[in-house]
Design a protein around this ligand. Structure first.
Ligand SMILES: [Fe+2]
Ligand SMILES: [Fe+2]
Length: 296
């Protein structure tokens, strides 16, 4: 299950990319945005092959071009009430674009790490990866409209810093599904609407519409994770049990939401009412104050 750790830049693929493995290696092993946002298709536009995904690869960190390096110490995410300021909006848009970029990278990471998973799940992850690339592009367009670009901002490794715990988990892909789909993406059901309304309130309807698109796509990503966590877990476990066992510390249900809690979107994603209530009422054991949204 666990592949040998490799330096990703030693695996740069050369030539045309025609399969999922080479595509993921190229995405993680090249640092520029253009390559990272290139769609998962063959040069002629046909689907990538995934019939022989090869041995498991474990990658510690993605390659990043100058200006896109991961760095600790990013300022806090502006609060929704601060978005009347164009600088605050740009800061938010950069943060959200980078979350999407990291999500695309982490789906590539998972596709390389677990080649033995059912083709249907791998295909679902590849489609989600493509959505994350599109989401990143949508936020970047709004960032450019504000006269800013990604390398004007500090880029926190927020998602990547959880990769070692996922990689070390005995729950393997269940840890990934719980962390990515049922924690980060579940929380984004709330954050995307919270910030949609904040952008709208600030008069930035175009950014508000982007948040809505992302919220709507996120329902499908949460549904994919919930469905596959069930399929890959023991049959007698409840939804709460299988999430709680597999989610890697320090992630937990307390991180799977924002203070605006959207029950309807969770139901549309197929989450059961007991699990929804479990998340809604979860309190962090580490802190008593609510976290600022998507802080690093
Ligand atoms: Fe996304
Ligand atoms: Fe997503």
């Amino acid at each position: 299950m666990n592949g040998d750790a490799i330096a990703v830049d030693a695996t740069r693929s050369e030539g045309a990319v025609t399969d999922v493995r080479a595509f993921c290696i190229r995405l993680l092993g090249n640092g520029d945005l253009e390559t990272k946002l290139a769609p998962p298709t063959c040069p002629d536009g046909s689907p990538l092959a995934d019939g022989a995904p090869g041995p498991s690869l474990s990658i510690d960190r993605p390659v990043r071009a100058v200006g896109l390096e991961l760095a600790a110490g990013a300022p806090p995410l502006p609060r929704p009430g601060e978005l009347a300021s164009p600088e605050a909006r740009a800061s938010c848009l950069a943060r959200f674009a980078h979350h999407e970029l990291m999500a695309a990278e982490l789906f590539a990471w998972a596709l390389l790490r677990w080649p033995e998973l059912p083709a249907e799940l791998r295909h679902g992850w590849l489609l989600a990866l493509r959505d994350e690339q599109r989401h990143c592009g949508l936020y970047l367009e709004r960032l450019y409209a504000h006269g800013s670009k990604l390398d004007d901002h500090m880029l926190s490794p927020y998602f990547w810093k959880h990769a070692p715990a996922i990689a070390a988990s005995p729950h393997g892909p269940r840890a990934f599904l719980s962390a990515m789909g049922l924690t980060f993406e579940q929380a984004n059901l709330d954050f995307a609407l919270l910030y949609r309304d904040a952008f709208r309130e600030a008069g930035d309807e175009a950014s508000a519409r982007v948040c809505q698109v992302i919220h709507d796509d996120e329902v499908g990503h949460v549904a994919l994770a919930a469905r596959w966590l069930e399929r890959l877990s023991e049959p007698d476990q409840s939804e709460i049990e299988r999430y709680s066992r597999a989610v890697p510390f320090p992630l937990s249900a307390a991180r799977a939401k924002a203070r605006r809690f959207d029950v309807a979107a969770r139901r549309r994603a197929g989450l059961g009412d007991e699990f929804i209530e479990f998340v809604r009422s979860a309190r962090s054991t580490q802190e008593t104050r609510p976290r600022r949204p998507r802080d690093s």
